[in-house]
Design a protein around this ligand. Structure first.
Ligand code: GLC
Length: 795
């Protein structure tokens, strides 16, 4: 049973049955204004921060889920029939009268109910801090129809957590009023808590925004208070205002909403548009700018033009890397949905989704660093700005905030990996752009003073060097990439084997950069440290068939064949390869063990067998039910590293088999549950009865890594300091493929032929017809070049 599929060109996901097993959402955003929207109209809206600038409410953990949202009700003023233009919240049967489509930066909801056909497009224009809901209603009956159309949102107005935990007091500061001349409701809160966790200290502030909700037709009636709109013992499915009328009263106190009714008369076959707009206006400019802002986007042509700009923006972004492989399904993801998700995750900062409520945590340091490697291809300026932001979360000793809320506020934890991710972001930025000037750019340290990016990198090296334990491996602290290995080693403090591989990989990247930047002298310490880590790993971490995961208390091994649970972990096999450990026989054995013990029809598991007993000297992972999350699920993000490692070993068939298996949508939609067009954080493994069920969709680093691994390692178009490397690792059965990659201002049109059916091995490269020595395509004279690549056995 399927709820949806891709359009033929792959650019839209069409939801043909809106009764999806979980809310299937999309993001509408311009980097400042954010809205989520499900196929059923549910979702949130916020201005810049989902914590501090929450515009609308979304009831978390409620039944039914996915409420409220961006709702348009219709009432037939003759028959009294009421429905909504998305299936929910009214839920009129049959649901089959409804359809939805998610595209890049827009969502469309279509219906035909009571002879009225409707199509609503939801979008956020690139240049304005608002969302637009453009509805077209068509009378498909032979009689004239009199309709009331009511747009409705429930407002949070500021701090989302305070709204949740202190509503009883907070509601006394909500203000909402209607302005007739503008056909708009304006709402704000005259009190604003800005501290992250809320506070007892009463800040002397008001929310710095006015929210507005407006429509392009004369308003017949309006509402500002939820209780008056919904009525007692009711909910969004059957609001009393749709029966007895909207009160047209400003807010006195309570839960703020904005509801606007317009009345339409439609002759047979006639259509009319109704355009609602929800947005924010900065307070200092409010009186001066409100008229112009509110009246913008009142005619359909201006909305169409905005939609055109949304499409152009996405075409530009997605046009930086293109693939035409023998696998059309993979192409849809490589061309569109993987980079789309990666960009959204970068913009959203992984904090807000159906699963993440945008109230609990700030930007993760490691998450943000990883998100940057996807954005840098098409948007190097924003990547550079993120590198600066990451640098500003660092102390002079190299320690960084584990998560942060922007400049100045964050939380230190004892994770051993966080600072090293900075190296990943910096090196990928410079490889992509050739902008070595970044190293000399200055950024402040959290504990005073400033330093160049190079000095920040060297601080990271000092952090790494100072954080080693008894076996010469990183002290585990409260976790590494895996946040749930948080109490390894009890009081002793265990050591992270993955951490050592990760340190080695990052230090290797850094020394390569320093050599290229002719700052090799600075790299002496980093190189020596890397060598020591590699030596320690080879001496202590090999378990016979794979690498162990950690040392716990008194030298106890975790992730070893000595253990009953958690015998083998995925990351210490893939990263052994990524870190470039020297013993190829061990690497091959490790990856084969991974395939043997961890791979499943749903993808490779994070570890196996899952823990069944709580072990306070390992941590949270053992407290989690088995087969889910870090306790033995198919965690999607590390699967990307498995693919990368197989590519590094040159095993193209295996690499692509993993890549293909991990594509969202490979599992039956009813089982998978989450959106089949984006990656989820994890897929439940065969150790749980809901095997195959995915959760935590959208906000995962999987997309960023799959984007890079797909293009860099499988298609093999990889940025290096010297230029674009061409080194595909593909299924041997592929006769070839085509790809495009924009790199340092030039578009490389790549055509690969593989007549001998090899998985790896380039025998010749021609650029614009001229042969090239070595694997690097030189920088072309023009802005476009043709790269012809022949793979074969002679290599
Ligand atoms: C979550 C976190 C990420 C972490 C992973 C594994 O996805 O966002 O930072 O690495 O879990 O614990």
């Amino acid at each position: 049973m399927a709820f949806g599929r891709f359009s033929d060109d792959g650019r839209e996901f069409l939801i043909t049955d809106v009764r999806t097993p979980s809310p299937w959402i999309n993001y509408l955003e311009n980097g400042r204004y954010f809205a989520t929207i499900s196929a059923n109209g549910g979702g949130i809206s916020y201005d810049r921060s989902p914590l501090h600038g929450r515009i609308t409410r979304y009831r978390i953990n409620d039944v039914p889920p996915d409420r409220p949202g961006k709702y348009i009700y219709v009432k037939d003023r003759d028959s009294g029939e009421v429905w909504s233009l998305t299936w929910q919240p009214v839920g009129r049967e049959p649901a089959s009268a409804y359809r939805a489509a998610h595209g890049f930066g827009y969502t469309r909801a279509e219906a035909e109910v009571e002879g009225i056909a409707s199509s609503v497009v939801f979008l956020v224009p690139p240049e304005d801090d608002r969302e637009i809901w453009k509805a077209v209603l068509t009378n498909r009956t032979k009689r004239p129809r009199r309709l009331a159309v009511v747009g409705y949102v429930e407002l949070a107005l500021g701090h989302a957590l305070v709204d949740l935990i202190n509503q009883c007091d907070d509601q006394h500061f909500n203000r909402a009023h209607f302005e007739k001349g503008l056909d708009a409701v304006f709402a704000t809160k005259t009190y604003w808590v800005t501290e992250t966790r809320g506070t007892q200290h009463q800040e002397n502030k008001e929310w710095d925004r006015w929210a507005f909700f407006t429509v392009n037709r004369p308003v017949a009636a309006y509402e500002t208070v939820r209780e008056r709109f919904i009525g007692p013992f009711r909910n969004e499915a059957n609001p009393i205002a749709l029966e007895s009328g909207l009160s047209s009263k400003d807010m006195d106190c309570g839960n703020a909403v904005a509801a606007l009714e317009v009345d339409l008369e439609l002759g047979p076959g006639e259509s009319a548009d109704v355009i609602f707009s929800l947005g924010v206006i900065a307070k200092p400019d409010f009186e001066r700018t409100k008229g112009e802002i509110v009246r913008k986007y009142r005619d359909p042509a201006s909305v169409e033009a905005a939609l055109g700009r949304v499409r152009e923006g996405w075409d530009r972004f997605l046009g930086h890397a293109r693939a035409a492989t023998p696998d059309p399904e993979a192409d849809i993801f490589l061309n569109f949905w993987i980079p789309y998700q990666a960009k959204v995750a970068f913009d959203v900062g992984r904090v807000a989704s159906f699963y993440y409520w945008g109230i609990g945590r700030g930007f993760g340091y490691r998450d943000t660093a990883q998100d940057t490697i996807a954005i840098v291809i098409a948007d190097p300026e924003r990547a550079r700005a993120r590198v600066g932001l990451l640098a500003r979360q660092m102390r002079r000793d190299g320690k960084v905030y584990h998560h942060f809320y922007g400049d100045g506020e964050g939380e230190f934890t004892e994770h051993c990996d966080d600072p090293l991710w900075f190296i990943l972001a910096v090196t990928e930025y410079i490889k992509e752009t050739g902008d070595h000037g970044l190293l000399a750019a200055k950024e402040p340290f959290l504990d005073g003073g400033e330093g160049t990016i190079l000095e920040h990198l060297m601080a990271v090296v000092r952090f790494a060097g100072a954080n080693l334990g008894a076996h010469g491996l990183p002290k585990f602290g409260r976790g590494d990439w895996n946040d749930t290995l948080d109490y390894i080693g009890g009081k002793d403090g265990g050591e992270s084997v993955w951490g050592a591989m990760f340190y080695a990989a990052m230090l290797g990247r850094l020394t390569e950069l320093l050599d290229v930047a002719k700052a090799g002298g600075q790299g002496v310490e980093a190189r020596a440290l890397r060598d020591r880590l590699v030596e320690a790993l080879e001496k202590h971490a090999w378990d016979g068939d794979w690498y162990i995961r950690a040392f716990g208390e008194a030298g106890r091994k975790i992730g070893s064949k000595e253990n009953a649970a958690g015998r083998i972990f995925v990351n210490t096999q893939s990263w052994a390869v990524i870190a470039g450990l020297p013993d190829r026989a061990r690497l091959v054995r490790a990856m084969d063990s991974l395939a043997e013990h961890l791979d499943t029809p749903y993808g490779p598991k994070i570890c196996a067998p899952a823990f069944r007993e709580i072990d306070p000297k390992i941590g949270l992972i053992t407290r989690c039910v088995r087969g889910k999350k870090e306790n033995g699920a198919v965690f999607c993000h590390p699967a990307a590293w498995v693919i990368q490692a197989e590519c590094l070993l040159g095993r193209g068939d295996r690499a692509f088999a993993y890549f293909r298996k991990m594509l969202p949508g490979r599992i039956a939609q009813e089982t998978f549950c989450a959106e089949p067009y984006v990656y989820s954080q994890y897929i439940t493994s065969d150790e749980h009865e809901t095997a195959g069920k995915a959760s935590h969709s959208w906000q995962t680093g999987t997309a960023a890594w799959m984007y890079r691994v797909g293009y860099d390692d499988i298609l093999g178009l990889r940025p290096s300091y010297q230029g674009l490397v061409v080194d595909p690792v593909i299924p041997a059965a592929w006769k070839g493929f085509k790809a495009e990659r924009v790199f340092r201002g030039a578009r490389y049109l790549v055509e690969v032929e593989n007549p001998d059916g090899v998985a790896r091995g380039v025998v010749s490269i021609h650029v614009d017809g001229r042969p090239v020595e070595g694997p690097i395509a030189p920088r072309p004279a023009g802005s476009v070049c043709r790269v012809s690549v022949k793979m074969g056995k002679a290599a």
